[in-house]
Write a protein that binds this ligand. Sequence first.
Ligand SMILES: *Cc1c(COP(=O)(O)O)cnc(C)c1O
Length: 409
Amino acid sequence: MYTSFKEHLTQELADIKEAGLFKDERIIVSPQGAEIKVSTGKQVLNFCANNYLGLSNSPELIKAAKEALDTHGYGMSSVRFICGTSDLHKELEKKIAEFFGTEDTILYAACFDANGGVFEPLLNEHDAIISDSLNHASIIDGVRLCKAVRYRYANADMTDLEKQLKLAQAQRFRLIVTDGVFSMDGNVTPLDSILKLAEKYDAMVMVDESHSAGVVGQTGRGVTELFNCRGKVEILTGTLGKAFGGAIGGFTTGKKEVIELLRQRSRPYLFSNSVPPLVAAAGIRMVDMMSETNTLQDKLHANTTYFVRKMIEAGFDIKPTQSAICAVMLYDAKLSQDFAASLLEEGIYVTGFYYPVVPKGQARIRVQLSAGHEQIHLDRCIEAFKKVGHQLGVLKEDTKGGCGCNCGN
Ligand SMILES: *Cc1c(COP(=O)(O)O)cnc(C)c1O
């Protein structure tokens, strides 16, 4: 059997390569951070991590994790409901609920699991899920596992959402689900309008705060802070793998009864191991740090504002952003790859995205800002962008003569 299956796989892999979609992994041999070392020995500035608050290598989180190794050991060797619940898990769940102004929290091994396990226990074939077309893969998979009737609305399009909500009046309960920040454009979901429509058409709302928690809102409490509606959204999900330390772990937080039922019925919670105590301990420290000061959030917001302003001044076409994601639009797929390769030569690590990850003709480089970046990192990145932008002729100023950078042209 395997001989023919092997041929089949070899062909599939060749097709992926042919389409230019083969994913190679770059190997990092240093801790994650603003400056990283890759296996070729090259030192580069990292602008493509979800390390929004620069906590991936935080001495304070490392200290909390090390202490928990001594007090609570390495692993739990169990799912939560058998013998996998430590006092640290309970404390972190409480802290996350306080952070978001919600009633209770349930931890998962990842946000992929939180989203995979949230719909099926709560809704059935009598109900409706109305989902943004650009929602994360884990939401799409989670919805697939649930028998509810599915409706899809165009990204952040409130006219379309209203249309879908009208159709969904046929069902018993309605749940609108959306990412807080969409990862390719950096736009924030229009939660104020969504809540108004939810009220008008008698629906509940779920927001995935993975790219917005720690980032959006003055104190990083996410989109419910930004739209001044803390506690008004029934269900929030999020990850500990991005701004919140960057290690591993996910959560669902929201209404008490929702969380209680998930603890009884959510399959990734019931049948998969709990996060190690050291991760929970670092998570507790992380929430405490964010409650003690707003330094990291302030720095991230200042870095993002500075970077976007300088890039627009330099003549780049930047998508409007309300997050720490800055999409530098290049439109052409090959150009996006050449641009990213040239930036790497300049010591700047970013990723170029093109169809099918983004729509056809919408290729771009996604830059992710971090509180771990210092002014000097931002300036080096901007200078490299200008140099390569000039070489590849994508700066708006080029057509006017003079590219606005220090290259003498
Ligand atoms: C990254 C991400 C996830 C997955 O989070 P993990 O904890 O890494 O599984 C889920 N949803 C969204 C919107 C994300 O951006």
